[in-house]
Design a protein around this ligand. Structure first.
Ligand SMILES: C[S@@+](CC[C@H](N)C(=O)[O-])C[C@H]1O[C@@H](n2cnc3c(N)ncnc32)[C@H](O)[C@@H]1O
Length: 363
């Protein structure tokens, strides 16, 4: 069956996540907004709940993009008032919704067309107003939405948890989830975040079903924050980890304490907050310091990882500067290979530092 996945703002990353979770599926078509994927999905909503980077999933309707098709679909199993809406992607919105409403009235259905100022209905509107949504994409595809992202649950985990370290910066849970998915690990794998901060990555790993989870950080406060957040998560979502260790540890000493780690998913220290006025010399200095930290870290990663272990790591991209941190060389030096493309980036236009996600495997 063919599905349309509506991708989040970091579309390349969102698509890479889908391909990692569905390695057998074929991508038929894609753009910055969507991907058309041939696959079998038993339950759209359960599947979408696993992903961090997809906003909606819709089933493609192999019929003409016409008001009659949509009205026909809506009249099947319609109970009471039909609440529906049309979202337009990469095409100019039309008045097709009004035409559908007229056709439904002709068939004696009571109907409400939900509209928005934007060409697309948001996931919030679709969920809250229980809208049966149809997507018209590029005048090429017509699809019926079968799942929308649980924005409220992501936000609960982000803002509802006991502690958030706004100083060191916390990773958005959606990005943490995408990173864990990019590791493509089995749920019996042992997963480590050696710069765990307030525990966002560990949270998403536990929710994705990983039972052996380790978090370490040089800061005692971060360790305390992570413990508090993970205790909260375990009780909120009734999780049952079989191994959960959260300890203070400098990344340079990882191999003195740990071995047999299957997967490392981490966001290391990314440098001081920038104001946008830094000279290229100042940024060069930050890059030099971070390169030293990452070199030590990657050496330690390769020692504690099992054979064919995986690292998924955030690396900063300085928008005002051409210089980057050459993590590819650092991984090569320890016999690991970077397998991700350089375009897996996450950031907003007003941010001076974007996050690049690097996936590397031990040979
Ligand atoms: C960007 S924060 C990680 C935030 C985390 N991803 C989250 O969402 O909460 C980086 C973390 O690296 C830790 N750190 C810095 N240097 C370290 C080192 N040498 N060894 C271990 N942790 C270190 C800091 O204490 C900080 O908590």
């Amino acid at each position: 069956m063919r599905f349309i996945f509506i991708l989040g703002q970091a579309s390349k990353l969102s698509l890479a996540e889908i391909q990692s979770v569905l390695p057998q599926a074929s991508v038929i078509d894609s753009s910055d907004a969507y991907a058309v994927i041939e696959t079998d999905i038993a339950d759209c909503q359960i599947f979408l709940n696993r992903l961090g980077g997809t906003i909606k999933i819709a089933k493609i309707i192999n019929q003409p993009i016409a008001a009659t098709t949509i009205a026909e679909q809506l009249s099947v199993n319609a109970l009471g008032k039909v609440i529906f809406g049309i979202s337009f992607y990469e095409t100019k919105p039309t008045k097709i919704g009004m035409e559908v409403k007229r056709l439904l009235k002709e068939k004696k259905f009571s109907a409400r067309l939900v509209t928005s100022r934007e060409p697309q209905l948001s996931s919030v509107i679709v969920t809250k107003e229980k809208v049966r949504e149809f997507l018209i994409i590029k005048n090429k595809y017509l699809a019926a939405t079968c799942a929308v992202q649980d924005f409220a649950d992501f936000s609960h985990r982000d803002y509802g948890r006991p502690t958030r370290d706004t100083k060191s910066g916390t990773l958005p849970p959606k990005l943490a989830r995408m990173m864990v998915n990019l590791a493509a690990a089995k749920s019996n794998a042992t997963i480590l975040d050696p710069f765990c901060g307030s525990g966002t990555i560990l949270q998403e790993a536990l929710l994705l079903g990983f039972k052996k989870v380790i978090g370490t950080d040089i800061s005692q406060k971060a360790v305390g924050d992570t413990k508090e957040n993970i205790d909260w998560l375990i009780s909120q979502y009734q999780l049952t980890p079989s191994r959960l260790t959260i300890e203070q540890l400098d990344v340079a000493r990882l191999s003195t304490q740990l071995r047999s780690i299957d997967v490392i998913v981490t966001e290391p220290y990314l440098g001081p907050g920038l104001h946008g006025t830094e000279t290229s010399q100042q940024i060069g200095k930050i890059i030099g310091e971070l390169t030293s930290l990452y070199e030590i870290s990657i050496e330690q990663f390769s020692t504690v990882l099992t054979k064919s272990g995986t690292v998924v790591m955030v690396v900063p991209e300085f928008r005002s500067n051409q210089q980057t941190i050459d993590v590819e060389s650092l991984f090569t030096k320890v016999g690991m290979t970077v397998v991700s493309h350089r375009d897996l980036v996450y950031g907003r236009h007003d941010q001076y530092v974007w996050r690049r996600i690097v996936v590397a495997r031990k040979k």
